[in-house]
Design a protein around this ligand. Structure first.
Ligand SMILES: NC(=O)c1ccc[n+]([C@@H]2O[C@H](COP(=O)([O-])OP(=O)(O)OC[C@H]3O[C@@H](n4cnc5c(N)ncnc54)[C@H](O)[C@@H]3O)[C@@H](O)[C@H]2O)c1
Ligand SMILES: [Zn+2]
Length: 372
């Protein structure tokens, strides 16, 4: 953990009726994780689930913090890094190891890592013994501003990403901005796209802030990072609290994702495009479609694209032999498409996103035609 000063941690209540939980945000909070868990849940028997990259950096300090607070700590469970671990085989491996350690319903599973670890460890927590409490300690920017909050857990299936999962809320989220120091720049940028997304959805003032401060944040400014993480978590918590199971407004969080998922999927979910990069492109395309439909001014697209580009994010699909029919099909298959009518998030302006159905397919095709 860095020697940087600890900035006052912020605690948000993600108001989930009976399932509210705290999100602790700060610099150096990993060292306080043991105490934070003890304060809320008492002394517990804890199992850390992590991937090899993250375990190498943060496994030992987390373990030390847990032991110092008086928790019993089982031998950690470590999986291979990367999206390809979000499968049944790895899920079974985690469940096997949890049961082999004789966990009970009073044990706590601690997901230490990016969205991959958070999603699969959260699902394992939901399934083991019909539900064991878990804590998220997200270590990528994407996980800190998005996947660790909101209780969506999942693995992938050959018929689609995140197709097998559960809504299962954590008991606590501990975000340590210091862990971003070891995160590769490209991963940082990809996570930043999800931050900008919150401004685009419903907070033009935050988008203005991003335009001014995005580069500083990416270059390592701790205060900017903490402010952006806090604002993003608050935005996500508010949306999730109002609509946990995505029957309405939670779909706003998918801004840029229907276009983005189609691209990720067409490229075979490989390293050509990280998820956040696909989201950046997807937001640009959603704004282009909004302009084409006469919903918003053309300068909105220009402004969004300029900001993403300034932050090193892609704003158009990478070169590839795309097939528009396939892209259209992938968009329709997106599991967020309810009753097989395509649900899209469009913009009336920056900070004015809305959920819509029945967008004319030919208008969407024209957007793809123009960019690929
Ligand atoms: N549950 C949700 O609501 C939700 C939301 C968005 C995304 N997701 C999921 O999140 C996943 C993507 O998450 P991600 O972008 O965090 O990817 P990831 O978990 O694969 O992490 C990216 C890479 O960074 C490494 N890493 C993580 N933290 C590090 C650190 N501090 N220092 C150095 N290396 C580090 C990891 O080992 C990995 O190689 C996808 O599977 C996506 O479906 C879920
Ligand atoms: Zn996303």
């Amino acid at each position: 953990v860095s020697a940087a000063p600890i900035i006052q941690p912020v605690t948000l209540a993600a108001d989930q009726c009976d399932r509210s939980y705290d999100i602790i945000i700060g610099q150096g909070t990993l060292a306080q994780a043991g105490d934070a868990i003890k304060q809320r849940l008492g002394c517990r028997r804890c199992v850390i689930v992590s991937d090899r990259n993250v375990a190498a950096h943060y496994g030992t300090p987390l373990q030390a913090s847990l032991v110092a607070a008086g928790h019993h700590v089982f031998e950690p469970i470590t999986i291979s890094a990367g999206e390809s671990s979000k499968n049944f085989v790895t899920l079974e491996l985690i469940l096997d190891q949890l049961l082999a350690r004789r966990i009970d319903r009073n044990s706590v599973i601690i997901a230490l890592g990016g969205g991959v670890v958070g999603d699969i460890a959260g699902l394992a927590a939901a399934l083991a013994l019909r539900g064991v409490p878990y804590v998220q300690i997200p270590t990528t920017l994407l996980a800190q501003v998005d996947s660790s909050v909101g209780g969506k857990t999942a693995i992938d299936h050959r018929l689609g990403k995140n197709m097998i999962g559960a809504f299962y809320q954590p008991q606590l989220v501990v975000i340590d901005a210091a862990s971003l120091q070891t995160l590769p720049r490209r991963e940082l940028q990809a996570g930043y796209a999800e931050i900008v997304k919150y401004g685009l959805i419903n907070d033009v003032t935050f988008f203005d802030w991003c335009e001014k401060n995005g580069s500083l944040l990416l270059d390592g400014d701790t205060e900017k990072r903490l402010y952006a993480i806090h604002t993003s978590c608050a935005a996500k918590a508010a949306i999730v609290a109002a609509d946990e199971r995505e029957t309405g407004q939670r779909a706003l969080l998918n801004l840029g994702h229907t276009f983005g998922h189609a691209l990720e999927s067409a490229l075979g979910f490989n390293d050509t495009l990280l998820h956040g990069e696909a989201v950046a492109i997807g937001c640009v395309l959603a704004s282009k479609l909004s302009v084409a439909l006469g919903l918003c001014q053309a300068d909105v697209t220009a402004r969004i694209a300029a900001h993403f580009a300034a932050c090193g994010l892609p704003i158009r699909p990478p070169r590839h032999n795309y097939n528009i029919d396939q892209l259209m099909q992938l968009m329709a298959q997106d599991k967020k498409a309810m009753d097989s009518t395509l649900t899209l998030i469009l913009l009336r302006g920056i900070g004015q996103a809305f959920v819509t159905k029945n967008v004319d397919a030919s208008a969407i095709r024209e957007i793809w035609q123009a960019v690929i």
